[in-house]
Design a protein around this ligand. Structure first.
Ligand code: MLC
Ligand code: AMP
Length: 522
């Protein structure tokens, strides 16, 4: 039975993502949509999501912003923050989520580059964030805190709880996600309503979402994985979420596993869950699907999970510019889930592997992964040259990932052509960190590398060369970095050395540094 048409969806052309998500809400709007796992047993009905997001959309409307204004949000995870995302869609603006770990210099760049009309931040950061925002020309800065206090909800609380969903075409922008650039400058990936909806629908079918599914949502909501893959999945399907905010607590998650059917995590979450003795088959008795992504899942973790829980993790692969690209199968008739692979190209998504000269690789041969499809973004915000560089002449997006496809169609990611470290599911671009260290007094040169780490998968390490006569202290460099950049980018260890290994061309041989420090955390 198809659900009733969503409120305000009065146009045949309506491609607003919110209208589609709303159409997935169950008929009983008083059923629980989100149950908060932490806090005082708070829960939200589907009607609450509908009303709350309408009030916030009315607040945005009252500001009389130009259509498609950017709304930048750096707040802790909360259901109200999710409502704000839905409100931005409803009002026809563009959502710009920002990692809560970002410091002033990073926020200054994002706000300067995106020129948001509205910035929403945590109350405790209002002083410095509002200063940056007002200097950049932003007129409206609101606060939103984990405990539901702040000016955003205060202002919205008196506004009507119904709202006409803004009519959007599929190719109109819904969100900008900043991904760090290889040169150290972040690029804003522009995702349209159509990109996000096509991917959400594909995953709904491919992962076989069931009406009575219950999702444990334990990821942050400022990146693709938690905001789009997880939240869209549950919302589009009208399925309940058990909502974890704050620090990831494996024990607390295991306690709620018996009520859940779907879990999504980065590999670090699986590694941490496995450290708990309480994780066993009984805890997972209702579970249907464990999904991993954002970083490589070690085969060791995949196997330990199978042994301990009786469940085979489904690994998938995606990125901010494209949402999800490949996935191991969900249904047994579609094939086995194979550890170490990221599965098949998703239905409707083109994935090819080509060598550096542009020739298609044979099965099993390693090459550059290129993709196309309705999920692939339109380009980088105000960076037409960068956009052009990242697409091939025939319109495929260069992912910067290196991999192979086997004869059955399973893809395996074997490395990256982009100089990128993925630590606990967060991307760190060495060039950006190197830039900050190079700017410090007495530093001649820096090489930032990723080395294996049992918890984070990869950890950031810096090798620093002093200027002649200068004395450097690794701990002082770390301390200085902590005040400048997000903590996950700060090297876990800094080595002061006499020189960097170079090849005949004078290029720093990071592979040698990685080999040299490979055992650091193992
Ligand atoms: C925190 N720290 C990290 C870190 N997270 N260091 C490196 N890498 C990380 N990911 C820092 C902390 O600030 C702290 O520093 C120290 O490391 C120990 O922190 P912790 O207490 O262990 O960290 P915790 O708060 O528990 O966070 C770990 C985590 C978190 C794994 C729960 O990083 C996380 O939620 N990761 C998920 C990221 C994610 O959602 N990625 C999806 C991207 S979308 P100090 O100095 O204070 O001690 C994408 C596309 C796709 O990639 O395909 O999905
Ligand atoms: P982001 O830019 O944060 O969206 O990160 C996207 C990158 O994460 C991809 O280009 C890959 O390098 C990496 N990634 C995502 N999923 C996987 C996976 N399952 N295995 C290996 N790498 C992955």
């Amino acid at each position: 039975m198809s659900p009733p048409p969503p409120e305000g969806n009065n146009s045949r052309m309506q491609a607003n993502l919110y209208a589609a998500l709303r159409a997935g809400f169950p008929a009983d709007l008083d059923a629980t949509a989100i149950e908060c796992a932490d806090g005082a047993g708070l829960s939200y009905s589907w009607r609450d999501l509908e009303r709350g997001s309408a009030m916030l959309a009315n607040l945005l409307d009252s500001l009389e912003l130009p259509p498609a204004s950017r709304i930048a949000v750096q707040t802790e995870k909360s259901v109200e923050a999710l409502m704000l995302y839905l409100a931005v869609l409803r009002a026809g603006h563009v959502y710009l989520p920002l990692n809560t770990a970002y410091q002033a210099a990073e926020i200054d760049y994002f706000i300067g580059n995106a020129e948001p009309a509205v910035v929403v931040c945590a109350g405790r950061n209002f002083g410095w964030v509002s200063k940056i925002a007002f200097l950049a020309g932003t007129q409206n800065v609101f606060t939103l805190n984990e405990d539901r206090s702040g000016t955003l909800l205060d202002r919205a609380s008196t506004l009507p709880d119904t709202h006409e969903v803004a009519v959007k075409r599929a190719d109109e922008m819904a969100a900008i996600l900043y991904t760090s650039g290889t040169t150290g400058r972040s690029k804003g990936a522009m995702l349209s309503h159509g990109n996000l909806l096509s991917n959400a629908r594909t995953l709904q079918a491919y992962w076989d979402w069931q009406k009575d599914d219950v999702l444990i949502h334990a990821l942050p909501i400022f990146h693709v994985h938690g905001l789009f893959v997880a939240s869209h999945g549950a919302l589009l399907n009208g399925s309940k979420m058990i909502w974890f905010s704050g620090k990831f607590e494996p024990r607390a998650v295991i306690q709620r596993l018996p009520e859940a059917t779907v879990f999504m995590g980065v590999p670090t979450l699986y590694v941490r869950l496995l450290t708990e003795g309480a994780l066993d088959k009984a805890a997972c008795r209702r579970m249907r699907l464990f999904i991993s992504g954002s970083a490589p899942l070690l085969v060791e973790t995949f196997r330990s999970w199978q042994q301990r829980t009786g469940h085979t993790i489904l690994e998938r692969y995606g990125m901010s510019e494209t949402v999800m690209l490949t996935s191991n199968p969900c249904r047994p008739e579609d094939g086995d889930r194979i550890g170490g692979t990221v599965g098949f190209a998703l239905p409707g998504v083109g994935v090819r592997v080509r060598d550096d000269a542009g020739a298609e690789c044979a099965a099993g041969e390693i090459g550059n992964i290129e993709v196309r499809g309705p999920n692939v973004f339109a380009g980088y915000w105000r960076m037409p040259e960068k956009t052009q560089e990242e697409f091939t002449a025939d319109g495929w997006f260069r992912t910067g990932d290196v991999g192979r496809r086997d004869a059955r169609g399973y893809f395996t990611i074997v490395g990256r052509s982009k100089d990128l470290i993925i630590s606990g599911g967060y991307n760190v671009y060495p060039a950006e960190v190197e830039g900050y260290v190079n700017d410090m007094a007495g530093v001649a040169e820096t090489a930032v590398i990723g080395v294996p780490h049992p918890d984070f998968g990869e950890a950031v390490v810096a090798v620093v060369i002093a200027k002649p006569g200068a004395q450097l202290d690794g701990a002082a460099i770390t301390a200085a970095l902590k005040s400048q950049i997000a903590n996950f980018k700060v090297p876990k260890q800094v080595f002061i050395e006499a020189e960097l290994p170079r090849n005949a061309m004078g290029k720093v041989q990071k592979n040698l540094l990685r080999q040299q420090h490979a055992g650091l955390f193992q």
